[in-house]
Design a protein around this ligand. Structure first.
Ligand code: 4AD
Ligand code: MG
Length: 476
């Protein structure tokens, strides 16, 4: 008999039909009631076995064990579920020793402990919910762009360019560390390397996406991205996933509109399709907030926060306005900021969070950053000082999106690249788009894990990617 998913049984609520279900035991009460979960949804199905079932079998029905059940779906007499399965037969698939099963060893395992056993944490309610939501969000992302006619472009993972110019790259090489071939001046001779040149893992697919946009008009990438920045924070990963749309003929305002529509669409999609998971996570957050002092608790619950984002336009301000707001803030006057505030600084996370959490209390799009703190490809504004950059800041996270209108004027771009010591000859292919049929265009990058953090209400980015890679950690 084919396996029926527990989700389908719970959802359709029909009774009096035969099923086979398979899954992992979540609990076993009175030698009679098994709560079985197969990951298809948050809920467990209750399986009722006859007292007197084979004693050895009963002994092996421990939490974490996997079983297969043939039985009949019937209306449940008990509280908490409408239907249950009256078992005709139970087969043990894989035993699980409760004395050794890491998930059983702690009563209420902490998120930190679960990170150490990330290979098993999918089997908890919390991580089940998080990763179902993560799945739905990634599906919604593809659906959003597909419905709008964007082409999904797979940009390379191994590349020779540093798109962001920040030098935070992991090298990719097959050269021997102990004795690499050298040039006469002692530098490493990459001509001998696998690709015949120095290569690294990509920090962004943007530059290649721009090439695609110059033919398809609208493209997006959605892939893994690597940054060797030594930021051990709850918002940074060394390996994360990024969504980068790139659109020909769009200016910075179109870019902001697209980003807002996109964020709203995927949140709404997850709320519609993963209601049960999000409500569970909302309750988890309520419980967690109870541990915090009153003044640190958030004013809105998770569901209210997401609904607020769906129903309210993001605030749009310039960088210069942002600096003025910060300089005028009680936090600044009381010297609460650890970092200096003045025109020209890169906004620190404490500044970003002040703007969204204290001042506007909603997502904010900041545009017109000083050119010296932004990447070479951003379009220069007429004032000679700022570029058409945009960062989207959201409560609880800080920067969710970074993007810009791109410099499409060959002269301006090469001048800026020279100023920033970016080799124009190696980047001939990027400059060719400006030589042959250049058009105004714009795009942005959204950090997928930061989006998942926002939608699940989790506090640490290590808890929303299956196996996080962070400084000194690449377990599993
Ligand atoms: O602002 P960033 O560096 O922008 C770019 O890479 C552009 N090329 C994007 C574009 O215009 N196509 O990164 C974009 C987003 C950030 O806003 C943040 O959400 C996320 O990527 N991000 C990280 N997420 C997790 N861990 C890290 N170390 C991240 N660095 C950036
Ligand atoms: Mg950025």
């Amino acid at each position: 008999m084919t396996r029926t998913k527990i989700k389908d049984i719970l959802q359709n609520e029909q009774t009096d039909y035969k099923v086979t279900v398979k899954g992992w035991v979540r609990s076993f009460r009175n030698n009679q009631f098994i709560a079985l979960n197969d990951g298809s949804c948050m809920g467990n199905i209750q399986v009722v076995i006859e007292l007197g079932t084979d004693e050895n079998l009963v002994k092996s029905i421990n939490n974490g064990a996997s079983i297969s059940v043939d039985g009949t779906v019937i209306a449940s007499m008990g509280k908490g579920q409408k239907v249950e399965i009256k078992a005709d037969s139970v087969t043990l698939l894989g035993e699980c020793d409760p004395e050794k099963f890491p998930l059983q060893l702690k009563n209420k395992p902490s998120l930190e402990y679960l990170r150490e056993i990330a290979h098993l944490r999918f089997r908890t309610n919390t991580f089940g919910a998080i990763f179902r939501v993560r799945h739905t969000l990634s599906y919604a992302i593809h659906k959003f762009f597909n419905d709008k006619g964007f082409v999904y472009l797979h940009t390379p993972i191994v590349t020779a360019s540093d798109a962001e110019g920040a030098g935070e790259m992991f090298k990719v090489t097959t050269l021997p560390f102990d004795n690499p071939p050298r040039n006469e001046d002692g530098t490493i001779d990459y001509r001998e390397d696998f690709f015949g040149r120095c290569t690294n893992l990509t920090v962004s697919g943007q530059l290649e996406a721009e090439l695609g946009a110059m033919a398809f008009s609208e493209v997006y990438t959605f892939g893994p991205t690597f940054r060797a920045e030594n930021s051990n924070t709850a918002r940074h990963l060394a390996e994360f996933w990024m969504i980068e749309p790139e659109v020909a003929f769009n200016d910075i305002v179109d870019n902001m509109d697209l980003a807002e529509d996109f964020i709203r669409y995927v949140i709404a999609y997850a709320m519609e399709h993963n209601r049960e998971d999000i409500e569970f996570l909302a309750q988890r957050l309520v419980d967690e907030e109870k541990q915090k002092p009153m003044n640190e608790r958030s004013e809105l619950g998770l569901v209210e926060k997401l609904e607020f984002v769906l129903n309210n336009k993001f605030e749009r301000i310039t960088y210069t306005q942002a600096i003025d707001i910060l300089l005028d803030s009680p936090a600044y006057k009381k010297k609460k900021f650890a970092y200096e505030v003045k025109w020209g600084i890169d906004l620190q996370s404490e500044h970003e969070r002040y703007l969204v959490e204290k001042h506007f209390k909603k997502p904010v799009i900041v545009t017109g950053y000083p050119k010296d703190i932004k990447a070479f490809y951003m379009r220069q504004n007429d004032d000679g000082k700022t570029v058409a950059a945009m960062d989207i800041l959201v409560p609880g996270i800080g920067e969710l999106v970074g993007g810009s209108q791109r410099e499409e004027r060959l002269e301006n771009l090469t001048t800026r690249m020279n100023e920033m010591h970016i080799p124009t000859d190696e980047m001939y292919w990027y400059l060719d788009t400006r030589r042959f049929g250049t058009v105004p265009h714009a795009g942005f990058g959204l950090g997928f894990e930061r989006l998942v953090l926002f939608v699940t209400g989790m506090g640490n980015i290590r808890d929303v990617i299956p196996f996080p890679r962070t400084p000194k950690n690449a377990e599993f």
